[in-house]
Design a protein around this ligand. Sequence first.
Ligand code: B12
Length: 213
Amino acid sequence: MAKGNELLEVIAAAVREGMEEEVLSRCEEALAAGIPAREIIQEGLCPGMKEAGELYERHEYFLPELLVAAEAMHAGIRMALPHLGESGAPGSSETVVLGVVEGDVHEIGKNLVAAMLEADGHRVIDLGYDVPPQRFLEQVRENGARVLALSTMMTTTLPNMRRTVELARAMADPPLIIVGGAPLSQAVAADMGADGYGENAAGAPALLRSLLG
Ligand code: B12
């Protein structure tokens, strides 16, 4: 039986190769070995997806291979999620409106954020991708959401995220705004007026807890 870090590497490789059955059996093994679910997601499943993304960028993978890797990752996430409660601290339950900003279809990272927030007990209203600013605002209003979570993976759609943040800030009762995605940093997020920035999905629940006090 593989141990600790070695097992997480095996999980990452299985995600990268899109081997869903292998991902599931190795995640089961890791949970049985007492590796925390959060670590399995953060150190095994996510790095595997990142590697698949890099292979795609180098034209060593085509779209089908990338999407099979994403499926394998999601299967592992679904298995790990019910075990997250053991490692996470209890927090308040909030309504979160979440989506990828207008012009951007990259949704794999956003889906992970949704899964992690739901596992932490929040009600997530997932608007999907390519979401215009007004739709975010409408949904925040209609659902009385206290949190707005925005994602983008492209520098070209950062201005759309900024615009959405500005409009949300100008609402009568503005939500708490958290943002994430590859082209962002703490500094960029602060500059656009967001309340918080999350580097990865696994840290999103803790980010919300710290902002909500
Ligand atoms: C997969 C992918 C695609 C897939 C998307 C499939 C899907 N259903 O999502 C497809 C093939 C469709 C695609 C299309 C395009 N892509 Co693309 N794509 C990627 C790739 C390879 C991986 C992205 C990914 O899923 N990563 C894995 C996830 C898990 O990571 P993540 O998204 O970063 O999310 C994590 C964190 O950022 C964070 N996070 C994310 N959001 C949020 C939100 C909150 C609130 C919080 C707290 C945290 C958080 O948590 C996540 C999990 O830990 C990247 C390159 C790369 N290596 O990153 C390029 C990349 C993003 N794409 C790029 C481009 C240019 C495009 C296209 C324009 C290409 C084209 N010419 O057609 C189109 C875009 C069309 C559009 N209008 O959006 C560029 C963007 C460059 C830029 N300008 O910044 C990249 C960087 C590639 C590159 N180097 O050129 N792409």
